[in-house]
Design a binder for this molecule. Sequence first.
Ligand code: HEM
Length: 179
Amino acid sequence: MTRYTPTAIALHWLTVLAMAFVFGLGLSLAWLNPPASVKPAMFVSHEWIGVVILGLALARLVWRRRHPPPPPLPGPSWQHRVAETVHIAIYTLLLVVPICGYVASTALGYPVVWLGILPLPDFGKNEPLGWQALWVHRRLAWLLGGLIGMHVGAALFHHLIQRDETLVRMVPWLKPLKR
Ligand code: HEM
């Protein structure tokens, strides 16, 4: 069996970790109306972790060009086409969603400060642009969440039902289930 490279695997699971934080913070900010004392810290963290996700996505794409993923496992060609389309869509959204969030924040007058320490480039206030970017950021974040849901469902289907090596190629300590 050919696996993903250790670097590709590490970048994949770091993305998952960062996405868990960024979604958790984003949804809590939108729905839970957190107390004013913690809200700014939650916003700042949501933003700089979003920038980390953008960096991880770029790093993954560069790595992938030099180290192509293992060839697809045997299976119907429609499944391979769907998986490839979903992967391309996820990569695209991993770039576009943080960029829209960044534009929204700076254009609405909240410069992004990485790790709460390092101020990142600020292109100036432009409220109409900021609201539009925020609208797109929210919609595309939901689309990304939906695609990730499909992606996780497919990975679990392969592992638990089809009992093939799809998930094992991305989780080195896992063994395929007995058929
Ligand atoms: C934030 C969540 C996630 C994102 C953004 C994400 C993204 C991606 C992307 C873009 C790929 C394609 C890698 C490439 O070929 O370059 C991939 C592969 C893969 N992911 Fe995820 N993933 C996430 C969560 C998960 C989870 C939770 C699982 C397991 C339950 C999982 C299992 C897999 C597997 C098995 C592959 C390899 C598929 C194959 O070999 O065809 N992913 N993931």
